[in-house]
Write a protein of this length. Structure first.
Length: 279
């Protein structure tokens, strides 16, 4: 298996290197650099409970290999049509599929079932396609605008709304796609999936934690827009050119972790102490 991983990585070295550079240069896809390390950590942590390697899982390896080879072909055939991001997304998907095919062949079905989550987590190595990013940004803008209006009503801020535009006492504010907060929401979504798998045992609680991220991300981004607009009203419109607007995302992301982990704690508490068999 080790030789297969080395050979596969060598064969994909150029697109993987391009993916690394793309992740380092992108705010949205910077997490792709860490995803393989997280999967390796999860495999290492579960090594003691993993079953021994068994006979090759022929069906699984063939299906995954077909997906990988077909994706490579699609990437090569459409390289002049696709954007650089979408081209890398296809190559990353092919790499993950072929890696899983190797695991199914060399480790067997029982081992792959035990390692399902670490392998499935590698899907986050695949950058979001441009079309998906555009759709998510537009949806997030609508949700964030509604959340911002909710904060205005709660705190009594006078406003007039026209679509995604707010007319405030000292400034007219437009919620643009650049203010969608999609990067923080995507990282929050990945964090919730990882936390749900590591700390929760029951399926419905895992689903509840991940689903909780959707309204949480919208409310967080709406709160960021609300805070920024309040600063513009009370201090001045020049607050739009300060660091809290251009580089304040990590602060609000950290704040959103508080309700996320509080909800995780509540869900984990509801499960009670694990039985010896579950442990």
């Amino acid at each position: 298996m080790t030789l297969f991983v080395a050979a596969l990585t060598s064969a994909f070295c150029l697109p993987l290197y391009s993916l690394l550079l793309h992740g380092l240069a992108s705010d949205l896809h910077s997490h792709v650099v860490l995803v393989p390390l997280v999967s390796l950590f999860l495999l290492r942590e579960r090594r003691a409970t993993m079953p021994p390697a068994g006979p090759a899982w022929l069906g699984g390896s063939v299906v995954l290999a077909i997906i990988g080879v077909a994706t490579v072909g699609a990437s090569l055939a459409s390289r002049r049509v696709l954007s650089h991001n979408d081209h890398l997304a296809l190559f990353a998907l092919a790499y993950v599929s072929l890696l899983a095919a190797g695991g199914a062949w060399f480790k067997g079905q029982a081992w792959m079932r035990a390692a399902a989550f670490p392998f499935a987590f590698l899907i986050f190595m695949v950058p979001l396609p441009d079309g998906a990013v555009d759709w998510l940004e537009r949806a997030s803008v609508v949700g964030s605008t509604d959340a911002t209006e909710l904060y205005y009503r709660i705190f009594g801020t006078p406003y007039l709304r026209r679509g995604v535009i707010f007319e405030l006492p000292t400034i007219t504010l437009r919620v643009a796609q650049e203010c969608s907060g999609i990067r923080s929401s995507w990282v929050l979504f990945i964090t919730s999936i990882l936390a749900a798998n590591m700390f929760l045992r029951t399926t419905w609680r895992r689903i509840a934690l991940v689903a909780f991220v959707i309204p949480l991300g919208i409310l967080r981004n709406g709160f960021r827009i609300f805070v920024l607009s309040e600063l513009c009203i009370r201090i001045g419109p020049h607050m739009l050119d300060t660091a809290i607007h251009h580089r304040g995302g990590p602060i609000f992301f950290a704040l959103s972790l508080i309700p996320l982990f509080a909800f995780l704690w509540w869900l984990r508490r509801g499960e009670g102490a694990p039985t010896p068999r579950a442990a």
